[in-house]
Design a protein around this ligand. Sequence first.
Ligand code: GNR
Ligand code: NI
Length: 168
Amino acid sequence: MSILTILEFPDERLRKKALPVKNVDNTVSKLIDDMFETMYDAGGIGLAATQVDAHLQILVMDTSEDKNDPLCFINPEILTQEGEFEYKEGCLSVPNFYEKVTRPGQITVKALNREGIEFEMQANDLLATCIQHEMDHLDGKLFIDHLSALKRQRIKAKLEKIHRLEGK
Ligand code: GNR
Ligand code: NI
């Protein structure tokens, strides 16, 4: 397994739209293993393939306290959404910035698991937020796109400065 490099805003590759996975083959399995290792190593609760410059519809997630409940979603689709939930979100691709975002608070999602078997799941609150945050990545969207243009611009300027100083 390997730890992959996580792209950081404003990298344009975070704007690419992910394509559906046609076959859950060994290449996809290896990518999923590497995504889990990368997510756990970075201390995140979710990771989308887009963030590691793989433009396929794959998400990994673990919102459990003990980091022992790995979830994988391939070609996810939201079937229903209801209610509202507000959460102070962060993103491994927008490091060290946290802002409140309101999203639907109860969703049902359909996806393939890592064996390629279709499943449906209901999710609430933090898990629902995380699934929607990750699905946004597959669509080239970031949580900061839910904020005002002014806030987004400030975050962009600060990250660009940090990247300049770090020589990224
Ligand atoms: O680690 C993460 N924490 C988080 C907190 C609130 C809402 C969403 C997230 S996902 C984020 C990891 C990440 O960037 N996934 O794309
Ligand atoms: Ni993110």
